[in-house]
Design a protein around this ligand. Structure first.
Ligand SMILES: [Zn+2]
Length: 124
């Protein structure tokens, strides 16, 4: 965080936090905890969780269910954003991949989030 001033960090953090709102809504809508023995409480050590078709989404939700706090490190926010991008760009079962010029909410969000990640690829 050495190259960023406090003001920029706050601005960036706020921006990423805002970007994370959309995947939170989408992922929460996609996962189905009806048959979950943990009621949606992801447990990384549970083999049923790692084998679950909602495992990745559930794991993400359990880390990012709440809006991030203002003092959350930018690296963590970028990682959460990265994971959300990877998740949303993968079409769900039976869904065709959207064309590159698609204007739906998910594709518009993906373009913005990936553009942001491209310009902030300072992680190792
Ligand atoms: Zn689309």
């Amino acid at each position: 965080m050495s190259t960023l001033t406090g003001r920029n960090t706050r601005t960036l953090t706020g921006y990423v936090a805002t970007l994370l709102d959309y995947p939170r809504v989408i992922i929460e809508r996609q996962v189905d905890f009806t048959d979950c023995h943990l009621g949606g409480g992801f447990d990384a050590t549970d083999t049923r969780c790692s084998a679950c078709r909602y495992g990745a989404a559930c794991c993400w939700l359990n880390t990012n269910r709440m809006a991030p706090s203002p003092d959350m490190p930018l690296e963590e926010l970028l990682l959460a954003l990265h994971t959300a991008v990877d998740y949303l760009r993968t079409p769900s079962d039976g869904e065709a991949r959207h064309p590159g010029f698609c204007e739906c909410h998910t594709c518009s969000w993906l373009r913005e989030a990936r553009g942001f990640l491209r310009t902030h690829r300072h992680r190792t």
